[in-house]
Design a protein around this ligand. Structure first.
Ligand code: HEM
Length: 267
């Protein structure tokens, strides 16, 4: 049976430059140059990279009928992650991961640095928002059966993203180094230690030895701001590549429409 090929989705009219009209568009003023500057810059890059093909492949996709607000939860999770990344960079400008300075540096950020309390609040509340959104997104993909063939690998990548997001919350909690974060992390690391086989090794790795101390704090900081965000960013890339390649699933209550040409002759 010949394979049916869907036509490529049209480029939005706003992105198509209007053709020049002879006689009308002859006089080109500085304002016209300014208007076209953005487009020319994009063209310049595209001529050298052909990136627009990839961007079109990623952005202008067919979505199934019945796609609804629940399908925005994945992107919402991604924006929560971007918020964490951006606010985290600014917090890192003031944070000092030493046992004697950590608490003071965060006190300074909160009470004295310009917009410090706001940025810290965005990061702190944002972490809860990201955890809530990731669970809602996972529930959506589960209840819509989106984990089934051929999207199993995307589910597995999702599980890794979930574990890494939890690890972000765990490692970030220690950083203010106040009484609550100190003791809560000791409890958390000890719970890890009770895990079968790898448990004791994992808690030793997290502490940076048998004792909880200065090394633990810098280790948590490095894991929190370098290791895990890098892994999450890479995995989100793979996750989105698979979403674009495989397309999203239709809601389970929609019946598949078969093309007339694919239907077997019943006579
Ligand atoms: C940082 C975390 C995550 C981000 C940024 C993210 C992002 C996205 C985005 C943007 C989509 C496109 C459609 C949609 O939003 O529903 C998607 C789809 C999907 N995600 Fe995630 N996701 C994350 C975590 C997870 C988790 C924890 C799971 C499950 C364990 C998961 C499983 C899936 C699956 C199976 C699809 C395909 C859905 C379909 O085909 O309808 N994702 N993800």
């Amino acid at each position: 049976m010949p394979k049916l090929k869907l036509p490529a989705p049209p480029i939005p009219s706003k992105l198509n430059p209007r053709p020049r009209r002879p006689g009308v568009d002859e006089k080109v003023g500085p304002l016209d140059h300014a208007k076209e500057a953005g487009m020319s810059a994009v063209d310049w890059v595209d001529e050298r990279t052909s990136l627009s093909g990839g961007a079109r492949w990623m952005m202008f996709r067919k979505v199934p009928k019945g796609t609804n607000w629940f399908y925005t939860l994945g992107s919402a999770t991604m924006f929560a992650f971007l918020n964490q990344a951006v606010t985290g960079v600014f917090l890192a400008m003031y944070y000092d991961p030493s046992p004697t300075q950590a608490y003071e540096s965060i006190r300074y950020t909160t009470n004295e640095a310009f917009l410090g309390e706001f940025v810290r609040g965005m990061h702190k509340w944002g972490s809860s928002v990201m955890v809530i959104l990731i669970f809602l997104h996972m529930a959506r993909t589960f209840f819509f059966g989106a984990y089934k063939y051929p999207r199993e690998l995307n589910w597995v990548i999702g599980v890794a993203l979930l574990i890494l997001t939890m690890a972000m919350s765990f490692t970030g909690y220690l950083l203010p180094f106040d009484q609550r974060s100190y003791w809560a992390t000791i409890v958390g690391v000890n719970i890890n230690g009770t895990g079968p086989l790898v448990g004791p090794y994992l808690s030793d790795f997290l502490r940076g030895g048998p004792e909880f101390g200065a090394i633990t704090l810098s280790r948590f900081y490095a894991i929190h701001m370098l290791l895990i965000p890098g892994l999450i960013a890479g995995l989100i890339g793979a996750h989105l590549y698979l979403v674009a390649k495989l397309g999203t699933t239709a809601p389970p209550w929609l019946k598949a429409e078969t093309d007339e040409r694919l239907r077997r002759d019943e006579a």
